[in-house]
Design a protein around this ligand. Structure first.
Ligand code: 13P
Length: 339
């Protein structure tokens, strides 16, 4: 294992105030988003959509790395180049989602466990050969009556740590993503408690499995009230709670924290990221960055709509969202940027 290479890659993923673009939707997730807009749910349309994304001029001004799905790394642009080559040539580090998605956890109604450890070592070997430098594994924790259970948190944390150790063995930087979902009417305080417990458990497992903290990126949720909670705290309150929770749980050796957006609006995700960097950047031991999927892509997807004639406008929207989040990392984002 080349530890220095892992550390260099992890640092590069959060360098220069840039962030990650998650474009690794699985077949069902991508198809669900296409279906809402009446876009055909085919491999060719998924390819067209992702070509629109990676050929956006100037994307590398704000994006340091892109997370791809297995289907995409085996597809090509219309001009014959591979997605991995186009990204690499543009100095955007290519990464890959390697988890196999979530299933119901046995004996634990309402809770999920992420699958995909079987054969992962072999898959990682192939990915490393193809030029992929980092990977992502997402665990899902649901807040509800009586959940999450310790069983669910521990099982998911254990899988995340085993995945991370396997990645590092192949020289691939693991993005460790334990997502506490925003679904439900729970309060911000409840989200804090659960996220704190989850992150403690995850870092315990990472320690037990010997994962090199300097060679990984954490991808957590922000500390927010449930989408159906009647009390929705201000941007500053969310920033305060999120930073406090992370300071309680994330070792200083971790180079970067790159948030998921989790269903927040694009503007709110940028605003909250901005508030964290504006208020705390100089006091924090890690980079506070983004690894947004929907919060970067959604406006562009809505404009693209599956039509070639909309590509330019869609790319403009994508470029703007990426730029807004770069600016949020400086703590200099404001609403006027949206116009
Ligand atoms: P969202 O930002 O849309 O939550 O997606 C990020 C991601 O990669 C989820 O695994």
């Amino acid at each position: 294992m080349n530890i220095q290479k892992l550390i260099d890659t992890a640092k590069a993923m959060v360098a220069d105030n840039k962030g990650l673009l998650a474009m690794d939707e699985s077949y069902p997730t991508c198809n669900k988003r296409f279906a809402k807009l009446g876009i055909p749910e085919t491999a060719e349309f998924r390819r067209d959509y992702r070509e629109m994304i990676v050929t956006t001029a100037g994307l590398n001004e704000s994006i340091s790395g892109a997370i791809l799905f297995d289907e995409t790394i085996r597809q090509h642009l219309k001009d014959g180049q591979s997605f991995i080559k186009v990204l690499t040539d543009n100095r955007i580090i290519p990464g890959i989602k390697v988890d196999g998605g979530t299933v119901e956890m046995a004996g634990h109604p309402g809770e999920k466990i992420t699958e995909g450890l079987d054969n992962l070592r072999d898959r990682l070997k192939e990915y490393a050969k193809m030029g992929l430098k980092f990977a992502k594994w997402r665990a899902v924790i649901t807040i509800g009556k009586g959940i999450p259970t310790q069983a669910c948190i521990e099982a998911n944390a254990h899988a995340l740590a085993r995945y991370a150790a396997l990645c590092q063995e192949e020289g691939i930087v693991p993005i460790v993503e334990p997502e506490v979902l925003m679904d439900g009417d729970h309060t911000l305080v409840r989200c804090f408690e659960v996220t704190e417990q989850v992150l403690h458990t995850v870092f315990n497992q990472l320690y037990t499995q010997g994962v090199i903290l300097e060679g990984m990126i954490l991808k957590p949720n922000m500390i927010v009230p449930g989408l159906a909670c009647p009390t929705q705290e201000s941007v500053d309150e969310v920033a305060n709670a999120t930073v406090k929770c992370l300071l309680h749980t994330v070792p200083a050796a971790v180079p970067g924290i790159a948030f998921l957006s989790g269903g927040q609006s694009s503007e709110l995700a940028s605003d909250r990221l901005n508030a964290m960097n504006l208020r705390f950047k100089s006091d924090l031991p890690w980079e506070v960055s983004f690894s947004f999927g929907r919060a970067i892509q959604q406006p562009a997807l809505d404009i693209w709509h599956g039509k070639e004639t909309n590509i330019q406008e869609a790319q403009k929207a994508l470029y703007l969202r990426a730029k807004c989040n770069l600016t949020a990392r400086h703590g200099e984002y404001n609403e006027e940027m949206e116009e």
